[in-house]
Design a protein around this ligand. Structure first.
Ligand code: HEM
Length: 185
C-alpha cells in the first residue's frame, strides 16, 4: 500500500487514540473524585482551610500566567507574532520546559482539591470547576501524545494547545477569580 493511501488512516487512528486518552483520563479522575470522601482539613504545603484556598488561588494564577507565556511562545513558533521573525532555537525548548513547570504547579493544587473536596456538583460554579479540573489532565495527556506524533495536519496541535489553555482559563475563572472577588466557601 502506498504511503499516500496509508497516511489518512494513520492520522485518523492517532486522533482517535488521543481523544480516547483524553476521555479516559477525564472520566477516571471524575469517578475517583465522585467516590472521594471530603477531608476539609487536607493541607497544601502546610496550609489548610482559607489559607489553602488563598495559596491555591495564587498558584492557579501562576498557572494562568504560564499558560499565557506558553501561548506567546507557540505563536512565535508559528510565526504569528507581529514584528518577530522566525523563532530562535531556544523557543521550542522554552515552550517544552514551560509546559513541564505548568503541569508540575497544577499537581499539588489538584491533589489538595481532590483530597479536600473530590468532585462536587452542588452548584454550577463548583461543578464547572470540578469537570474543567478533570478535563485539564485529559486534554494535557492528549496534547503530549499528539506533540510526539509526526505528520499530523497543521490544525491539530494549535487546537490541542488552545483547548488546554482554554480549560486553564475556565478553571481559574470559576475558582481563583471567584476567591479574589471576595467570596469564601
Ligand atoms: C482534579 C481536578 C480537580 C477537581 C476535581 C477540583 C475540585 C475542586 C472543588 C470541588 C473545589 C471546592 C469549590 C468550593 O466548594 O468552593 C475546588 C477549589 C479550588 N480549586 Fe480545584 N479541582 C481540581 C483541579 C484544580 C486545578 C488543576 C487547579 C489550579 C491549578 C484548581 C484550583 C482551585 C482553587 C484555586 C480552588 C479554591 C477556590 C474555590 O473554592 O473555588 N483546582 N476544587
Amino acid at each position: 500500500m502506498s504511503y499516500a493511501v496509508r497516511r489518512p488512516l494513520a492520522v485518523a487512528v492517532r486522533l482517535a487514540l488521543s481523544a480516547a486518552l483524553a476521555a479516559a483520563v477525564t472520566v477516571a479522575l471524575f469517578v475517583t473524585g465522585r467516590h472521594q470522601t471530603p477531608d476539609y482539613t487536607a493541607q497544601l504545603f502546610g496550609q489548610s482551610g482559607v489559607s489553602a484556598i488563598r495559596l491555591k488561588s495564587w498558584m492557579a494564577t501562576g498557572v494562568l500566567g504560564l499558560a499565557v507565556v506558553q501561548l506567546g511562545l507557540a505563536l512565535w513558533m508559528y510565526g504569528r507574532l507581529p514584528g518577530l521573525r522566525q523563532a530562535p532555537r531556544g523557543v521550542p525548548r522554552a515552550h517544552r520546559i514551560g509546559g513541564v513547570i505548568l503541569f508540575a504547579v497544577t499537581v499539588p493544587v489538584a491533589v489538595q482539591c481532590m483530597r479536600a473536596y473530590g468532585v462536587q456538583t452542588a452548584s454550577t460554579r463548583v461543578m464547572v470547576h470540578s469537570i474543567a479540573g478533570c478535563f485539564f489532565y485529559g486534554a494535557f495527556a492528549a496534547k503530549v501524545l499528539l506533540v510526539r506524533s509526526r505528520r499530523l495536519p497543521g490544525w491539530v496541535l494549535p487546537l490541542a494547545g488552545g483547548t488546554v489553555i482554554t480549560v486553564i482559563a475556565v478553571f481559574w475563572y470559576v475558582s481563583a477569580l471567584w476567591y479574589f472577588n471576595g467570596n469564601l466557601p
